[in-house]
Design a protein around this ligand. Sequence first.
Ligand SMILES: *Cc1c(COP(=O)(O)O)cnc(C)c1O
Length: 381
Amino acid sequence: MKRNLLLTPGPTQVPPQLCEALGRPIIHHRTPQFQDNIKQALEGLKEVFQTKNDIYILTSSGSGAMEAAVVNLLSIGDKAIAVDGGKFGERWVELCQTYKANTVIHKVQWGKAPTAGEIKSLLNAHPDTKAVFITLAETSTGVTPDVKAIGEVVKNTKAVLVVDAISGLAAQEIRTDEWHCDVVVSGSQKGLMLPPGLAFVSASAKAIELINMSTTPRYYFDLRECKKAMEKTDTPFTPAIGILIALVDSLNMIKKDGLNNMFARYAQLARAVRAGCSAIGLELYPDPSCATNVLTAVKVPANIDGEKLTKIMRDTYGITFAGGQDHLKGKVIRMAHMGALDEYDVLTGLACLEKVLHQMGHKFELGAGLTAAQKSLNAKV
Ligand SMILES: *Cc1c(COP(=O)(O)O)cnc(C)c1O
């Protein structure tokens, strides 16, 4: 009878209303009834993306949308700048290299954000750049760059700005049009509170030009076909029908809640969790000046094995945190602040974290983290 509380930064908790929507019998996708769902989904997505651009709906995990961006924007040998400051930035690099783009890798120290100044220098040094790839919320490190400032730099060049907002969308602000983000990709299983299975790609007019010019072979992820289908309120292939139907409900929930209220709530959860972690001696992993509110990544005390910590929390108490990726394995833990999570979910998470840390011999005053988090949650801002 153990609970299963997902505090991971993807997949996230699916709220009961959406579980109900997902449990409905599916309908056929080539019908006016389903078209109505596509129409509503596209309208709702445009509000969340804050765009008037095209949005294409793909059936894949988020990485499928990343791959779609790369194969549709770039041809073999095209120059691309890819920012690599964590596991997901590295995915941009790997995708660009897989499709034989001439890839300029901008390595950023994990925990730090790339700056608009750095992107500007790179674009000056590589004026033939076709696309710049960045990450809104680098989920492996908990970092967010100044996307607006980067957009200001890229918009004056021939290059398009491509943003991985897979974990960021609906959890932190992204103003696609106002910030000149030509392509924004996302997925269903993070801020949108759904199971994995749908991915989204927005494309500006500047991006559509590149999509039409690319000579890279593509089939399932051909955005030209997606555009044609979208214009007929359709999808090129059978979409994840059940998830798309539930997406309409998810977007209605978000609309009712209000994006800004959601962002404020996640910021409040982030502050509380950070206050709680700090009170029990866990230091924030990223540079606080560029930490995203989508999740909190904290360092595990030197004498504690982070892998073991998250395993006990999950297997004994049913509370799932994410561990560290790559060289951070065992060294950091990550907790989400997005989707359907509320203050009692994060307090439950912190309580469990305290319990297991205490069992594992970490020295701190039991309850100090919860007290600090409660105080933070109750301090009206
Ligand atoms: C989760 C995530 C991805 C990967 O998405 P999948 O759905 O697992 O393919 C990519 N980028 C970021 C920033 C993510 O958080």
